[in-house]
Design a protein around this ligand. Structure first.
Ligand code: ATP
Length: 336
């Protein structure tokens, strides 16, 4: 968990100028990234290649190594081995340029509650030595993008959790970074605020073209990403778009509750060539396209069909397939 802005702050050099002439350069590239602490191998050799404008999710349970990886990508933690480039800049040889190229939203709030929304943004702009001439317009634009224009002069301590998160995102974007890193951005938010923040991130991406790299242990958030990497115990176990990763699992599950399961199982084998197994509520079969199969089953089984449920493979199934255990968001931090 990345908690604070300590040790991060402003880039080493003054005024921020953004060079957009690096089309084709990956937003993030990591090769053989490792981090060991005494007695713990937090990250055990990670390779990443994130394209410009992508929304990339880093999915894993508590303690998997997500925060440690983000911290290395952002120059906050020195890798034990391996290389990182952000927007083409090497974190070892050009950490200042890397910091200028990225924005960071920490897992826990780091806004000053005794300042207004606009003051928080201007304070950040000072740290980044942003040019005065364009600052007011940029602050206005970021407040507008975050839906906070009406609250611009309100003290942040009066804001809801969702408003604070949106302001943190606005602050992370203020200096026009190429990549915005978000460490568990929706943790602690209620479901409506989480949905609203995702809508907001969609707009950010559309209007600013920023690459988003976020960590999460919520499966439904990983589903919203263009690509994800699944990390477990310090290693990436699978990488790809959610659809690609789920296609590895293959078939849909079709659960049936019938008037006579034994007879239904016989008919499934004889007429449909499908072997049924005992499911949680009756019979279960696997099918390439469950939705297509349902009407055929209802018409073709000679017994009453009371209930049919089609379940598509989920990222949880993908996680189980690659790691042998399930991922669940758990507030206690324990892995289940
Ligand atoms: P969470 O979702 O709980 O934030 P995470 O996936 O981000 O978990 P990390 O915080 O990167 O996981 O931790 C990975 C492992 O490295 C854990 O075993 C953790 O205890 C250990 N670790 C992280 N930072 C340190 C440190 N500074 N010193 C020693 N061990 C550490």
């Amino acid at each position: 968990m990345l908690r604070s802005r300590r040790d991060f702050g402003a880039p080493a050099t003054a005024a921020v100028s953004v060079d957009r002439s690096d089309a084709g350069v990956p937003a993030i590239r990591a090769i053989g990234l490792r981090k060991s602490y005494p007695g713990v191998e937090a990250v055990r050799g990670i390779d990443l290649n994130v394209g410009q404008g992508e929304t990339f999710g880093f999915l894993g349970p508590n303690g998997a190594g997500k925060t440690t990886t983000i911290a290395m990508l952002c120059t906050l933690v020195r890798p034990t081995a391996g290389r990182v480039e952000v927007a083409g800049h090497d974190t070892r040889t050009a950490p200042g340029l890397v910091r200028r190229s990225l924005g960071l939203v920490f897992q826990e709030g780091t806004l000053d509650g005794d300042l207004t929304a606009a003051e928080n943004l201007r304070f950040h702009a000072d740290l980044y030595a942003m040019p005065r001439a364009t600052l007011a317009a940029r602050v206005d634009a970021m407040l507008e993008l975050s839906g906070l224009t009406a609250s611009r002069d309100s003290l942040v301590r009066t804001f809801s959790g969702g408003m604070r998160r949106r302001l943190e995102v606005a602050r992370g974007l203020l200096h026009r970074p190429r990549v915005l890193f978000l460490d568990e951005p929706t943790i602690g938010l209620d479901p409506p605020s989480r949905a609203q923040l995702w809508e907001h991130l969609g707009e950010v991406r559309e209007r600013e073209g920023t690459t988003l790299f976020l960590t999460t242990h919520y499966l439904e958030e990983a589903e919203r990403c263009d690509r994800i990497a699944i990390i477990d115990d310090g290693r990436i176990v699978a990488q790809g778009s959610p659809a690609e990763l789920k296609s590895v699992i293959g078939a849909d599950r079709v659960d049936l509750r019938t008037g006579d399961d034994e007879k239904a199982a016989e008919t499934l084998l004889e007429r449909f060539g499908m072997e049924a197994v005992a499911g949680p509520h009756g019979l279960r079969v696997q099918a390439e396209d469950g939705a297509l199969l349902v009407p055929r089953l209802c018409a073709g089984l000679d017994v009453p069909v009371y209930e049919v449920t089609v379940t598509r493979p989920s990222l949880d199934d993908v996680f189980l397939h690659h790691t042998g255990h399930r991922i669940r968001a758990d507030p206690t931090g324990e892995r289940r």
